[in-house]
Structure formats: C-alpha cells, structure tokens
Write a protein that binds this ligand. Structure first.
Ligand code: AMP
Length: 118
C-alpha cells in the first residue's frame, strides 16, 4: 500500500485539515510556503495522467474549500501537481499541492532558478 493510501486509512498520522467521503487534505510535512496543503483522492490514482474527469470535478470544489478554510482564497494561491519522473513526482499517489500565505516565487517550488535550465 502506498504512503498516501496509508495516510487515507489513518495507518500513518497526518495533520488533516479537510476530509469528506472521497477526498482528503493534510499539511505537507515539509512546507514550501506558509500554507502548504496536499489534496488527494482517497481512491488510489497514480498521477494526474490517470485521473478521471469525475474525480477531478469533485477535486475542484474540494481545493476551493481548502483555500477558503486556510484563508488564502482572497489573497491568492497556487495549485501544482507533479507527474512522473520528469515532473518531479516523489509520491506515487496523485496529490495537488496548494500553496499560499505569501507572494509566491518560483523558488517556492523549484530546486533551482529556472533561468538557463532550458
Ligand atoms: P511530490 O514531489 O509532488 O510527489 O510531493 C510529495 C510531497 O509529499 C512532498 O512535498 C513531501 O514533503 C510530502 N510528504 C511526504 N511524506 C509526507 C507525509 N508523511 N505527510 C505529509 N506530507 C508528506
């Protein structure tokens, strides 16, 4: 069972901020911004590339609710999902990063300054 399935099953503790029947949101263990939440479907989906439109539909309003609950809906935020090896995905269970609470720069979600990398 993958790491985020174990978090869904409460076999591994996490700092949950929002949960319903189909989705779970918890604080990232290594935050890159003042607000850094991970939103996942409870059902195992490897990545965005395997995601069905039906799950994405519910995920959209779930992410919007996370933004309201963390009070970043008015100030703005960033939603990121990394896909596969070149996308930098480390955990093989689809997750959306929701980042906010400050004026975000690329450095909030990059290993290096992207200038000159391509
Ligand atoms: P990614 O590189 O897009 O796959 O992101 C994986 C994210 O999961 C990273 O930001 C990690 O800090 C985060 N992470 C890994 N293990 C845990 C955990 N047990 N609880 C919360 N977040 C985690």
């Amino acid at each position: 069972m993958c790491l985020f399935c174990k978090i869904t099953n409460k076999e591994i503790p996490s700092n949950i901020i929002l949960e319903d029947e189909n989705y779970l949101a918890f604080h990232d263990i290594n935050p890159k911004a003042p607000v850094h939440i991970l939103a996942i479907p409870k059902v195992h989906v490897d990545s965005f590339h395997e995601l069905s439109p039906e799950i994405m539909t519910g995920m959209t309003s779930f992410i919007q609710e996370i933004a309201r609950k963390t009070s970043i809906d008015k100030s703005g935020y960033r939603v990121i999902t990394n896909i596969g090896e070149n996308g930098g995905q480390e955990v093989g269970h689809l997750h959306f990063h929701i980042l906010g609470g400050t004026k975000l720069k690329w450095g909030h979600f990059a290993d290096a300054d992207p200038k000159g990398l391509f």
